[in-house]
Ligand binder design. Structure first.
Ligand code: 13P
Length: 282
């Protein structure tokens, strides 16, 4: 198959009422594990990179190892930039080869968010790059964006209507009560709000804060129109725990390739479980 943008992947998901997993990868190993899991299930996949991860590698270096993984995959793969709050950096990633970007202006006043998102859409469209936007405030820590419990704000339908019409984004993430990171208290999701927004949304909806949601929650939200589901923390946990488990069980083992192979399996298992569920295979 091929290296595509998000539209190519999400259009069918929205039409056929399933979701595509978008996994935050942190290096070659996690990207390869995620794409192999998708290939084995014959499902399309979005691999996404946080701004912090891209900065750790450098734009060129990161795309240098991600693009061949996507191009050589047996399924469609999109490479998406997650939660970029910086217009210039978002444009640099578009120039650097990302097939999709999220411009996150959700912490700005609505008019500024719209203005910046429109600038990104205008820059991205001629290059066949898709754009995701966000409204409201999703609690938790994602990269360097920290939203405290008290600052949580659900997306407002009236704002969403204006934002969607003005910006023409390809995918939209409204804050509905999910959170980034590990959930601490009770999870309170506004399902009615999500359904309402999906009904008038011109583009597929994105669910952020996927780690820790129950099967029932995923099922309900996918039924209400979530076409892309973001999973980050679960990947990081699988990666770190995979390494720790291997090292603990094999204290005298010094072969990094064996450590990598074990860790890759741990990441692949988590991605596989999520894709199976999102694509309604179970
Ligand atoms: P989690 O870390 O909760 O899986 O959230 C992922 C996410 O929404 C990334 O944008």
């Amino acid at each position: 198959m091929s290296y595509v943008n998000m539209e190519a992947i999400l259009e069918n998901a929205r039409k056929d009422h399933y979701a595509v997993g978008a996994f935050n990868i942190v290096n070659y190993l996690t990207a390869k594990a995620a794409v192999e899991a998708a290939e084995e299930l014959n499902q399309n996949i979005i691999i996404q990179t946080s701004v912090k991860t891209v900065k750790a590698f450098g734009i060129q270096e990161m795309m240098g190892f991600l693009k061949p993984i996507a191009e050589n995959a047996r399924v469609n793969v999109a490479i998406h930039l997650d939660h970029s709050t910086d217009v210039a950096f978002t444009k640099a990633c578009i120039d650097g080869g990302w097939s999709s970007v999220m411009y996150d202006g959700s912490q700005l006043p609505l008019t500024d968010n719209i203005k910046n998102t429109m600038e990104i859409v205008a820059y991205a469209k001629p290059k066949n790059v898709t754009v995701e936007g966000e409204l409201g405030a999703i609690v938790g820590v994602e990269d360097d964006i920290v939203v405290k419990e008290g600052d949580h704000a659900h997306a407002k339908p009236a704002d969403c209507r204006i934002y969607l019409k003005e910006t023409g984004v390809d995918a939209f993430a409204p804050a509905i009560g999910t959170a980034h990171g590990v959930y601490k208290g009770e999870i309170k999701i506004d399902y009615d709000l999500f359904e309402e927004i999906n009904e008038f949304s011109l583009c597929p909806l994105v669910l952020h804060g996927g780690t820790g949601l129950s099967d029932e929650m995923f099922h309900r939200l996918i039924g209400l129109g979530a076409s892309k589901v973001n999973i980050s923390t679960a990947i990081k946990i699988a990666y770190c725990q995979g390494m720790a488990t291997f090292s603990k069980e094999n204290p005298d083992q010094n072969d990094p390739l064996k450590l990598d192979a074990f860790t890759k399996q741990a990441v692949k298992k988590v991605v596989t479980e999520h894709i199976r569920f999102f694509s309604l295979m179970d």
